[in-house]
Structure formats: structure tokens, C-alpha cells
Design a protein around this ligand. Structure first.
Ligand code: SF4
Length: 706
């Protein structure tokens, strides 16, 4: 793949080291954790307090907004007081939007300046207009003149620059040429890279943030493809912007950041949460530790080479290191287009009249119950979730041997399960003969799940024949390393009534490779065999990058694996088996599906993390609006702290609630502001009225029913 050395192993992309003060980013450095203060920058004491609080929990780089020259001037005492408090080694970054004059002031006081290419020298009008080539060149010349002084000053003072592009906030010039696309985001950044390089500045870090993890992943991949083709190994700052709060915010961040880190991309990360920023750091640390535990191969020192920064697409890439020794996947590349989303086409498996897996079906959720005596409680919990329209469609039951099969049969006669199909995970010692009575007594569709090793071709054919005769299904649990030995059998069997899964990489504990790569290898092997059978994503301790015992660890693992695969267009069923409580596992599964945009079961909230520009209490407002509108499946609501940046950054939201002035709210439909300057006390009701006016409202289900 042009954008990474391997999609199956984590081989870190070689980058140059960029020094942010005394903190190195990229090169041989570990992943750096960063966050941002949310106080008014001109409240110096509060901002210093937040800087200290962040540094004390392990934040290695602290960003502060500088919305105007007065705020930028405050960075001097903030830097001084932060240093006096013992944090001189923790660099500060000024976040600049719109005002080059603020950047020119800020660069004097802090170790890095972040500019947003959309608005550094452009005023966004959301105007659709055609630019002639001459007009386009004139725009670039204007940009050059506006940005160069900052670049020169950065060089003189040894400051780093982040060119931080955000989806949904591209200049009219870029929108006109490239649209609001990952390609537009990349081109927007490259315009600034070229200007910086023209001034001899290479201390650059780049980011491509979006609130939609799919867009964000594609944009970073595309950026790396362009940079590496031109031998520009600049480090990357990874983040999903406006991810929101709570479980949803953590999942969205982990899907985007995790997928890229497992591909070996990324040098510093920020997990944006609409919460106090100190809560971002433990999440960022957990993500970083998982990713770094996967790094393979030697660290390669890299240097910038001469030549144009924007080589044409498809140019040969710079030499990348080969994977180190250890377990190898049977394929070295896959055929997924990493820059555009396409869902893998599959056959249809029909479980019941109302539930199937297939091309037009959403990914289906399977809950696991470890012991038959937990079935009654699980049935009650899952029935409640089904009433909330987040049902577990399948129930996975491990069966350790023939006696357990008999026990399970007895229990099942007494419990009414609110699912469409049962999945029996069968121990190797269970034979087809053992299953005869169970299958005969079964009231619904069964999926028999079994591991088949490389020498099990004959057995595999017998089991496939069995399920086909009885109208059931077979889930083949195959490690990609064992697939080559089974290819003739699989090709002869075809797709009918089969699905594929991977409960863990085999042999267990083998060095190298991650389960995301394992599933990619499985999908690629199936493609080469001409098989379109659905793929069931299993989150188990054996598919985890690092099986942490806490809920955050399980959430991150599910986001890395399931989210990463769904963003690649892979996966038709999923189960989160690391979470013992089937109800909680089902809720987590739906949240991951929502985060990846694969199955929408509730309102989507895009909420900015807040910063010194924020005009209202974002956390309480987000929670309040969520309580009132959280039941609107398929509606996307953006809650943004300021008018300066909010409308641009809320991307493709259906409705926007944006701070217009202190205590005043502007409401948006799409990108159009339709109500200005509302008192905040009225704004919630006016938002609901607006949603109703546009036919997107439905009444919440009565509490007793839900
Ligand atoms: S949208 Fe939010 S995070 Fe972005 S600049 Fe405005 S207040 Fe700050």
C-alpha cells in the first residue's frame, strides 16, 4: 500500500523528528500526548492552572487558543508562570484562526503555532464560484504573502508549525477545485507546506481532522501517500475533531486514531472530548500504549529530500522497511481502496423473515452468554434493549462438550430468547452425531461455529454439508495462516450458508500482526477464492492488541478492531465478547457501529471540545440537548462553542447550535444560519421547533415502554 508499509503489521512510518521546544515529535520518539486548555486565554491564572493540571496528568504538549492579539500577548505571562511552576519542559502551542497578527504575536512566546489553512488568510463565504487558473494563482500569491512572515519568524525563533486542516472548513478556493473531500483537505495542507518550504522551513507537523472517522482516516492516508511520494516524511498529529463526550466521544476518537496507528501512521495524538481536558489524557495514553506495543522493525532516521512537495498521485513511494520476523500473513497486500469507502459485497444469509445479513443489511449484533444459567437474566436485559431499538439479533453460546450441549438444550426449553438466531461455539470434541438431537429440537436458525485447522479439510466439508442439509449455517473460525491449506476445499464448497470469522490469531501469542490485519488478510483470501460469504467480527481477548482488564480498554479494543474494519468496508456481524455483561456488550456494539457510521441507532452529536473561544458551557449544554433529542435516529446535531470556527467545523450536521455571542445562540440548518442571536434560555425549544419544522422530529417513546 502506498500509504503504509503493511496493512497487517504495525510498521511505524519513518518520519523526521520535529522539536517542539524540548519535546521531539516523530523520528525515534514515542507517541506524544497532547491536549488543549478550555479557559479564556486572557484569564491568565485560570489558563496556567489548566496547563499545570494537564501536565500533571501526563500531557506532553499543551495547546492554547489565541483568538486575537490581546490573547496572544497573554501567552507570554502564561509561558512564564507555567515555567515557574516547574513545567518549563512542557511546550505550549498557540492555536490560531483567522488573524495572522495574533500568530505573529504568539510565535514570540510559545514553542509551536498551529494554523488552520482554511482560515489563516481566507474568509470563508461558503460561496460556490468558479476560479480561473489566473484567479487561483492570484489567491495562492496572496496566501504566500500572508503566511510567509510567520514561517520566517518560526525559523528565526526555532518554533515548530502545525498545519492543521479540518474537514468542513476548507477555503472556497479549495472547495471549488476539490470539493469538501479528503483530497481537498490534503491539497489545502499542501498549499501551506509549499509556502513553508519555500522559506526553508521544515519543522512541520500536519493534521487532517474530521468528526467523521472514515473521512479522517482517508484524508490522513491520502496525505501520507502524497508526502511520502515526494519524500516529505513530516510527522503527523492525529485526532478526530468534535467527537463529543462520554463513551461515544472515546469510541469515535479511538476508531480514527486507532486505525491509523495500527497502520503505522501518527506521531502525536489528541483525543478531543467535550469534557474537562484532563480526561482526554488517560484515553490518549491507553491508545498510545496499545499502538506502541505493536511497533515492529527498526526506527529509520529520515531526512527531507529536495523536490516538489506535491508529487502526482501514484508516484513510487520512498523505500520502506520490511516487516521483522515472526508470524506472517499469507498475503502481503489487499485490494481495498484505502482512500474511498466501499462496503465489501457479500451473499445474503437470512436468519428470519425480519433479519438477514447481506449487502443492504446493517451489520448485525451478537451478544455472548458464557454460562447457560445466565440465560434468563440475559434474555430480560436483551428484551429491554430490543424495545429501545438496539436489539442483539444473535446470541452466542459456548459449548464445551457433549454434556454441556445436553444441559444447554434443557435450559433453552425454559427461556424465551429475544433474538433471531443462536450461535453455538462448539469445542473440537463435539461431533456431528452429538448435534443430531439438538438440531432436531431447534426452533430457529442455528449458526454452528467451529475452528478448523489447516489439516481439517475433510471435516470442514462434512460440517458444511450438515448445515446445508438442515437449513442452518456454519461459521468457519479460520486463522489466515491456515487458509492456504484449505483453499481447494473452500473453493469447491462455495459460499452457500457459510460465514467466516477469526476468534484470535493463530498460533496464539505469535509475534507480529494484529487482528485488524488478520481480518483484512481473511477478506483478501476470500476475495482471491471468489467467496463472498459474510464476515463476523469477533472482539475477544485473543483479537485484542493488548487485553486490558478495564472497560476503557475493552472499548478501545472494540473501536480499533471493529471500527477500523467497518471504516474499511469489512464486517457484517459483530460481537464484543470481552465484555461479560451481554446488555453492556450490546450497547457498546451499537455505539461502535454508530461511531463508524455503519448502523445509526440514535442521534449523532458533533460537539466541539471547547476552548478559550467558547461562549457557553458546552458540557452541560451538550448533555441537556442530548437528553431532549437523543432519540432522533439518523439526525445529526452539531453543538459548537463559537461562531468563529463552529459553522465551518460542524461539517455535514443537519442542525447546528452555535455560540453567537455571550449568552446568545445561532441556529443552523445545514450550513445556513436561520436564527440569529437567540437568548440561550430559548434556544433549546427553538432548536426542537426547527427540527419539527423540517420533518425530522418524532416523539420519544414513553418511559415505561422504553
Ligand atoms: S468551535 Fe469550539 S473548539 Fe472550535 S474554536 Fe469555537 S469554541 Fe473553540
Amino acid at each position: 500500500m502506498p500509504y503504509c508499509a503493511s496493512r497487517f503489521h504495525t510498521i511505524r512510518r519513518p518520519t523526521v523528528e520535529v522539536k517542539v521546544g524540548s519535546v521531539g515529535v516523530g523520528g525515534a520518539n514515542p507517541l506524544r500526548l497532547q491536549s488543549m486548555t478550555t479557559s479564556d486565554t486572557q484569564d491568565i491564572a485560570a489558563t496556567v492552572r489548566q496547563c499545570i493540571a494537564l501536565a500533571e496528568v501526563g500531557c506532553e504538549i499543551v495547546r492554547i487558543t489565541a483568538p486575537n492579539v490581546a490573547a496572544a500577548q497573554c501567552l507570554r505571562p502564561i509561558r512564564a508562570q507555567f515555567t515557574a511552576a516547574g513545567f518549563g519542559g512542557v511546550p505550549l502551542v498557540a492555536d490560531i484562526h483567522f488573524l495572522p497578527s495574533a500568530a505573529m504575536e504568539a510565535v514570540e512566546h510559545v514553542e509551536k503555532v498551529r494554523v488552520n489553512p482554511r482560515n489563516y488568510a481566507d474568509k470563508k463565504k461558503f460561496a460556490a464560484r468558479e476560479y480561473t487558473d489566473a484567479e487561483y494563482e492570484r489567491e495562492l500569491a496572496r496566501l504566500h504573502a500572508a503566511f510567509s512572515p510567520l514561517v520566517r519568524r518560526c525559523r528565526e525563533l526555532g518554533r515548530a508549525l502545525r498545519i492543521g486542516t479540518n474537514h468542513g472548513s476548507l477555503s472556497d478556493r479549495i472547495m471549488n477545485r476539490f470539493g469538501d473531500t479528503p483530497l481537498g483537505m490534503v491539497e489545502s495542507a499542501l498549499e501551506f507546506v509549499r509556502i513553508a518550504e519555500s522559506q526553508g522551513c521544515h519543522d512541520l507537523i500536519l493534521s487532517m481532522k474530521a468528526s467523521n472517522p472514515k473521512v479522517m482516516i482517508q484524508a490522513y492516508r491520502l496525505l501520507v501517500e502524497r508526502l511520502d511520494a515526494a519524500h516529505r516524511p513530516y510527522p503527523l498529529h492525529l485526532g478526530v475533531t468534535e467527537a463529543g463526550d462520554g463513551e461515544d466521544g472515546r469510541i469515535k476518537g479511538a476508531i480514527g486514531i486507532g486505525a491509523l496507528l495500527l497502520d503505522g501512521l501518527g506521531d502525536t495524538i489528541r483525543v478531543s472530548l467535550t469534557e474537562d481536558s484532563v480526561y482526554e489524557i488517560p484515553v490518549a495514553r491507553a491508545i498510545a500504549e496499545k499502538a506502541m506495543s505493536q511497533w515492529e522493525g527498526p526506527v529509520i532516521e529520515h531526512r527531507i529530500q529536495d523536490g516538489p512537495a506535491a508529487a502526482p498521485m501514484g508516484s513510487p513511494v520512498a523505500a520502506l522497511p520490511s516487516p521483522v520476523s515472526g508470524f506472517r500473513f499469507p498475503v502481503s497486500t489487499d485490494s481495498i481502496d484505502p482512500y474511498h469507502f466501499t462496503r465489501r459485497e457479500t451473499t445474503t444469509l437470512r436468519w428470519s423473515d425480519r433479519c438477514a445479513v447481506g449487502p443492504d443489511q446493517p451489520p448485525r449484533v451478537i451478544a455472548r452468554v458464557a454460562q447457560p444459567d445466565g440465560l434468563a437474566q440475559a434474555a430480560a436485559d436483551l428484551a429491554a434493549l430490543a424495545r429501545q431499538e438496539t436489539p442483539a439479533e444473535g446470541l452466542l453460546l459456548p459449548v464445551s462438550g457433549p454434556p454441556a450441549l445436553a444441559d444447554l438444550r434443557r435450559v433453552l426449553e425454559t427461556v424465551d430468547l429475544p433474538v433471531e438466531f443462536l450461535v453455538l461455539e462448539l469445542a473440537a470434541e463435539i461431533t456431528l452425531a452429538d448435534l443430531a438431537d439438538f438440531v432436531a429440537a431447534s426452533r430457529g436458525r442455528l449458526v454452528l461455529c467451529r475452528r478448523f485447522g489447516a489439516a481439517a479439510a475433510g471435516e470442514l466439508a462434512a460440517w458444511a454439508g450438515f448445515v446445508r442439509r438442515h437449513g442452518h449455517f456454519l461459521a468457519l473460525d479460520l486463522s489466515p495462516g491456515e487458509l492456504p491449506a484449505l483453499t481447494d476445499t473452500l473453493r469447491a464448497l462455495g459460499d452457500d450458508q457459510l460465514l467466516f470469522t477469526l476468534s484470535g490469531l493463530q498460533p496464539p501469542g505469535a509475534a507480529g500482526g494484529h487482528a485488524l490485519g488478520g481480518y483484512r488478510a481473511l477478506a483478501e483470501a476470500l476475495r482471491r477464492l471468489g467467496l463472498r460469504a459474510p464476515i463476523w467480527i469477533r472482539n475477544t481477548t485473543a483479537t485484542a492488541v493488548r487485553a486490558d482488564p478495564d472497560f476503557l480498554g475493552r472499548l478501545l479494543e472494540a473501536s480499533f478492531l471493529t471500527g477500523g474494519l467497518l471504516c474499511d468496508g469489512l464486517g457484517d456481524l459483530l460481537s464484543i465478547e470481552t465484555e461479560a455483561d451481554p446488555g453492556r456488550a450490546t450497547r457498546l456494539a451499537y455505539n461502535v457501529l454508530q461511531g463508524a457510521g455503519a448502523r445509526i441507532s440514535k442521534t449523532e452529536f458533533v460537539a466541539c471540545p471547547s476552548c478559550g473561544r467558547t461562549l457557553f458551557d458546552l458540557q452541560t449544554t451538550t448533555q441537556r440537548i442530548r437528553e431532549k433529542t437523543g432519540h432522533l435516529t439518523g439526525v445529526k446535531i452539531a453543538i459548537m462553542g463559537c461562531i468563529v470556527n463552529g459553522p465551518g467545523e460542524m461539517a455535514d450536521a443537519d442542525f447546528g447550535y452555535v455560540g453567537g455571542a455571550p449568552g446568545r445562540i445561532n441556529l443552523y440548518v445545514g450550513k445556513d444560519c436561520v436564527q440569529y442571536n437567540l437568548p440561550q434560555a430559548e434556544a433549546d425549544d427553538r432548536l426542537i421547533a426547527l427540527i419539527k419544522e423540517h420533518g425530522r422530529w418524532r416523539e420519544p417513546r414513553p418511559a415505561a415502554e422504553a
